[in-house]
Every structure is written in C-alpha cells, then in structure tokens.
Design a protein around this ligand. Structure first.
Ligand code: ADP
Length: 547
C-alpha cells in the first residue's frame, strides 16, 4: 500500500522561497572584486533571482539548457545559482584555475550555451571564445560601469546587469514545478589524471544532502549562524552550504576573489562569522597573517567552527584553532562525486572528559558517516574488511547523493552492491570514525606495506620552520617504493634535512623515515588548492635517492 501524503517535488527553488519568506532581512555580504563590501538580503536575492530567471527564459534558456559560470563567490554568482536551477536549467560551475586546455574541454563536453564570467577572467575568455562553438552568449559579472571600462573583445557579449535593465520584475512569476530528479548542477572533477569527469547533481540529491549537512551534528546551519564561504561556489557547490544557509536563514558572507589572510581575517572579524569552510591551504595563509601581525583571534573573533576538508587537516591546525582562536576544527571528508559530504568529525557525548590532546587525536580523523551515506572498506579481492580502526582498504560509498555514472559516461561505476569506489584508502574504527590513510594513487608501497603520505606530511608540517610539506613515492630497487619529503621553509627559517629527520624521529615508525628531504621555494597546487602530487612526481621522477 502506498502512503497517502502529498507528493511535492524537492526543488532547490523551495529553499530560496523559504529564505525569502521567513528570513527576508538576513544579509548576504559580498566583498566585491573592486574592494567595497556589497550588502543585500534574502528578500532582495529572491527578487533578483526571479527577475534573472525571467531574463534567462527570454534569452532562450530552457529546461536542460547548460549555463556555465567562471566566477568567484559573490551575490551575483548566487543569483545565478537560484535563477538557473530554479527554471530547470543546469548550472555548470567551472573552476577558473583550470588550465585553458581543460576549460576548453569541459565547456565543449558540457555543451554550455551561455557563459557568465567574473570580469577578471575576461582575458582568458577572450582567448578561448573561438574554440567554444556551443556558447551562444557571454556575460561579464560586474557593475555595468566596470564592464564598460574593460569592454572585452568577446563575440555575443553583454554585461550581466543589462539582463536586469531589459527585464522588469513580474510579480506574477512563480518558480516552475518539475520532477525533482531533473539535473540541477554540473561539476567536473579537477582532472589531475586524464580529462576531468562531470558529476551531474539533481534537485532531489541536492535538497536531501542539504537537509543532512544542516543538522547540528553535521556541518550545522541555523538562523543564528553567519557562514563564511571560503570554499568556492565552483568547488562542489561550496560543499552545499549556500543551500543550507537558505534553508535555515543563516547570514552568508562571500569573499569574492579576496582569499588572502588579511581579507579573510577582516571578514571573520567584521561580519561576526560563526562558521567558515575551506581547504587547509586557506587556513595556513590565515595563520601566517595572524602570526605576522601579532593578532589575537580569540579576543577579536567569534568563529565557533571551521570546516576543513578537501585535504587532511594537520594536527597543528586543529591545535592552533583550538588554542588561539577558540574554534573547533570540524574535519570533514567527501568528494565531487558525493555532493560532497560523506563523513564529518564531531565528538560524541562519551568524549566529554577527554584532554585536549585526546580530542585532537579524534579530530585528526575525517569523521563518521552522516545519515544517508553508507560506507565500507574492502581488500584487494573486494572482500569487506573489519571496522576495527586497524584494517585499511579501499573506501566505498553509496547513498542518494552519490554519483551513479559520470556525465556522458558509460556507467559501470558501481560494484555489485551499488557502491562507488572513492579511490581513497581508509580505516574505520568501532565507533565508525573514518581515518584516511591516503589516496590510493599517493600511498607509498614499501616492502609490501603502506606508508601514508598524508601522515608523513602532517608530521613534517609540525616541524618548526617548515611551512608546507609533500611526500611522494620514488621507485626503489629493494623496497619497490620509498618516500621523498619535499618541504617549503617558513620565511627566514634555518632548517635542514637533519633537523627535519630529528624532529620526525619518534613521531613516525622508523621504516617510514623519508629517504631524503629536499627544499623547494613553493609546492605546486591543484585548481582546488591541494598538493599537486602528479606534478611533483613528474618533477622528481629522476631524483636519485641516497644509497
Ligand atoms: P579534487 O579532484 O579537486 O581534489 P574533490 O574535492 O572531489 O576534488 O577531491 C576529493 C578527494 O579529496 C577525496 O577523495 C580525498 O582523497 C581528498 N579529501 C577530501 N577531504 C579530505 C580530508 N578531510 N582528508 C583527507 N583527504 C581528503
């Protein structure tokens, strides 16, 4: 027998409608590219999004049309989120840091019809436009004045604000209702190996994911929260937080292109941010700014939780947030293919009496599965491994916001139980806490055993004088592979191989000790701010290990 409840589709437009109706005056604050702060609220964002939706329909955008953005975190980008998805078109958020070849590949692969870009990216769009035949219209995001001042030489081009000038508000406009399984957003993985692959989210998967990330035991969003999105709107929908903010009526703070320590610190302080989200590299920059200026974040800020994901959070980051900021580092793990949230590291009631050091031990773990996500770890033959905190295997996931097949892909992604292979190696303990050992392609296979590059890097960045560290595997005649540690020094620091190895002594298993330590000026990062291991492996492929 079927239930007899109303069959209302779960649509992204309903989140905005809710924010507009129940939290109309809550602010959305943007640090604009030009510098000044722009303020609007959920009511105005709702009004502008509806007007933009009408304008897009007038320009021929239909259900299923692909509309691309090449943009940082601003209220205009957020308007596009709600306007495009609200009418059943698909928002394809592109990472502007991708190489021109990858940009060209994904716009053509997605068959984008319109491309909206921050004015700062006009030069790359100018260069690429002739190789983007599917794009019928290009729009620059910015004030009309700034757009006219730059006047990019781009065919079929206009300023974003002209869409509003040409389309008066229509009070009779309501968001169309359609099947919740329709596609809403398209995100490509960063393609560190081969061409990027597209993940196509639906309204249903997005709304379900959003309800779970908003829970207080998860990332947590609420009407008294102020959320700073350092994580870009082009990186897996800013981890879903813009939707969570709309659903719960949180205040949103968007840094535009300004991600340096000084700008982030000012937003945290001036906007009274309670929850911020970003990858570890962002927080490292913030710490450097705090140190260089002798600031007192614990006194000046009210940051309750800092969500850290995308790469492992080093212990020293957890400790610094706790000690100097009074902030809980909320470690989370997921990926583009998972919308992205899979696990989040909150403490359990039984952890209440732990010492700070014991808490940090737990916070180093990526966390426990949120409702809706099923996890398993499997061995070489696909057999399930025990959740004992010791056995490590490939981490597999399933759930309603996890990819079933790649965009225009052939399928065949899932195992016989419907699980997706994340490409990560992990342990899961008896409480369900997942601890990532490594990405399967980054783990170092030495003498038939695994060395975790993540653990080694985390240990190395704790060494005084070391700003950043990366560990890669180099081929070895006897052990198959051995670790090479590549470090960047803090400005003015006196540190050498012997100091680093002495520091690591006792903190890692003896046989994990890197065979060599080299120092470089900087480490290459991927388009999402992670260590670009593939690039490092290429750069050091002929490096002779001592002995
Ligand atoms: P990209 O391809 O740009 O790296 P994703 O964000 O999809 O994009 O990357 C997901 C991967 O990032 C995961 O499979 C995992 O290897 C890594 N990752 C994400 N969160 C964490 C974390 N908290 N700790 C360690 N690794 C993480």
């Amino acid at each position: 027998m079927l239930g007899q409840m109303q069959d209302k589709p779960l649509l992204i437009s309903s989140l905005l409608e809710h924010a507009e109706r129940f939290h109309p005056n809550v602010e959305i604050v943007t640090r604009t590219a030009e510098g000044p702060i722009h303020r609007c609220n959920w009511r105005e964002l709702g009004q502008r999004s509806r007007r933009l939706a009408l304008a897009l329909q007038k320009k021929g955008v239909r259900q299923g049309s692909m509309v691309a953005t090449l943009a940082t975190n601003t209220y205009r980008h957020l308007e596009l989120y709600f306007a495009v998805m609200g009418i059943g078109a698909v928002l394809h958020t592109i990472n502007p840091r991708l190489s021109p070849a990858h940009l060209e590949y994904i716009v053509n692969h997605a068959e984008d019809e319109m491309l909206f870009f921050d004015l700062a990216f006009a030069p790359s769009v100018e260069k690429l436009q002739s190789r983007l035949p599917t794009v019928k219209r290009f729009y620059a995001l910015g004030d009309q004045e700034s757009v006219e001042a730059v006047a990019p030489a781009i065919r079929d081009f206009a300023g974003y604000e002209t869409l509003f000038a040409d389309t008066p508000a229509d009070p009779s406009f309501t968001w169309p209702q359609f099947d919740e399984r329709l596609a809403s957003t398209l995100c490509y993985t960063s393609g560190t190996t081969g061409n990027p692959k597209g993940v196509l989210y639906s309204h249903r998967s997005t709304v379900l994911h959003n309800q779970v990330i908003s829970l207080s035991d998860s990332l947590g969003s609420s009407a008294d929260a102020t959320i700073l999105l350092v994580v870009p709107l082009f990186h897996v929908n800013a981890w879903g937080l813009p939707y969570a903010a709309a659903m719960t009526g949180a205040k949103l703070v968007l840094p535009g292109p300004h991600l340096d320590g000084e700008s982030i610190y000012a937003l945290l302080r001036d906007e009274r941010v309670t929850l911020a989200a970003g990858v570890p590299t962002i927080w490292q920059m913030l710490f450097q700014y705090v140190d260089a200026n002798g600031l007192k974040p614990r006194e000046e800020l009210c940051l309750k939780d800092a969500v850290v994901g995308g790469s492992a959070a080093p212990r020293m980051m957890i400790e610094r947030f706790d000690r100097d900021f009074g902030t809980f580092l909320l470690h989370a793990w997921g990926m583009t293919e998972m919308s992205p949230l899979g696990v989040v590291c909150r403490l359990l009631p039984k952890h209440a009496g732990l010492s700070a050091e014991q808490r940090y031990d737990i916070q180093m773990k990526q966390g426990r599965a949120v409702y809706g996500v099923q996890l398993k770890i499997v061995g070489e033959e696909g057999q399930r491994l025990p959740h004992d905190g010791k056995a490590s295997g490939r981490l597999m996931v399933s759930g309603p916001w996890i990819v079933a097949r790649y965009f225009k892909g052939d399928g065949g992604l899932l195992d016989s139980e419907g699980f997706f292979d994340t490409g990560d190696i992990a342990t899961i303990d008896a409480d369900g806490y997942v601890m990532l050992v490594d990405r399967s392609k980054d783990v170092i296979k030495s003498g038939g055993e695994w060395i975790s590059s993540i653990d080694l890097e985390n240990a190395a960045v704790g060494c005084p004088g070391i700003a950043m560290a990366a560990v890669i595997a180099l081929p070895h005649p006897k052990w198959q592979e051995r670790p090479l540690l590549i470090c960047v020094k803090k400005p003015g620091a006196e540190v050498d191989k012997a100091t680093v190895l002495a520091y690591l002594d006792g903190k890692i298993a003896k046989w994990w000790t890197p065979d060599d330590v080299v120092f470089v000026e900087s480490l290459p990062l991927t388009a999402t701010g992670k260590l670009y291991k593939l690039g490092l492996r290429q750069a050091f492929k002929d490096y002779p290990l001592p002995g």
